[in-house]
Design a protein around this ligand. Sequence first.
Ligand SMILES: *Cc1c(COP(=O)(O)O)cnc(C)c1O
Length: 372
Amino acid sequence: MDPSASYHEDRDEIDLSIKRVFESGYFILGNEVKMFEKEFADYVGVKQGVGVANGTDAIELALRACDVGPGDIVFTVSHTAVATVAAIERCGANPFLLDILPESYTINPESLEKVLLEFDRGKYSGKGSPKAVIPVHLYGHPVDISAVIDIAKKYNLYVIEDCAQAHGAMFLDKMVGSFGDFAAFSFYPTKNLGAIGDGGIVLTNQIDKYEKMLALRQYGWKYRFISSYSGINSRLDELQAAILRVKLRKLNSANQRRLEIADYYLENISNPLISVNSIPSGIKHVFHQFVIQALDRSSLIGHLKSYSIGCAIHYPMPVHLQPAYIEKIMMESAGLPVTEKIKDNILSLPMYPQLNHKHVERVVDAINSWVG
Ligand SMILES: *Cc1c(COP(=O)(O)O)cnc(C)c1O
């Protein structure tokens, strides 16, 4: 990934937008943020958006808007950015980690339903009550969101979609982020829609929750200087919003280019030592990452390095095995076999819209010449 490549591509428009903010004299919660919130919510097909400081805060605010807190359980996956789990803890609730499907690297709806049944039967009595689920559209691959929504309805859970890696992805013909009660997005510079610094947004169609999140992001103020809730300070700033407005207009074509690169990888990587998931029909994958699997991963990394090709592991250690969480965090009693099976084999190849044909060809040549 090369975060400055997208700046160079749209430099004139971005420079103009920066100048506009400097000259306006409004740096916090002004017109740029308001316009971006509207434009981004329209893009996803949701009524309201609240611009916040980062994607982690977006998840936290959604949870707090529905009074999820101490004594409550929130389900998500262990195979995610640790931010998803950190946000649950920030609001005082307990995370409960579930396994993923090997073909999509996203939440296994059957795991969710199985654990909810166990809660109903008292298996976890005294551990808290299920309140919400956070499906993560990881790598740009949509979750089987209709299955998750059906289960959540049945068990009365809020659904907060973690869309930090899936701006513009679609499930059937609808954007991810438009299915749940809330959608949380991050604009960290490397995301499909990235700021030049930190940023995030939380979307919802529910007006009461929207108004509460507006207050929560600014000290709990409903009216200036008067806190109706105990809030935090988590604001998207005008500069980031102005830049994001430019980049939002390019998002579809940037995602299209990611898809072309992914298609090229899928068609041309022919090394039998490498496995890659195919793209199922009925979804639009936006390839935040292009992930392959190889048994002898460290040898492959060394081989790519000898070709001066960068790669990364997302993520080298699932949340339930990390020092902060191991043996403390709640998870499926049978363990998380798929999560643990893939963790030593996954590898993310170069993927960003400004990669040109020569770059991608070189990656494929390097991969195909690896002999293990
Ligand atoms: C990046 C990311 C987040 C957190 O976003 P920040 O802006 O870094 O706080 C949350 N979830 C996932 C899946 C992410 O990739």
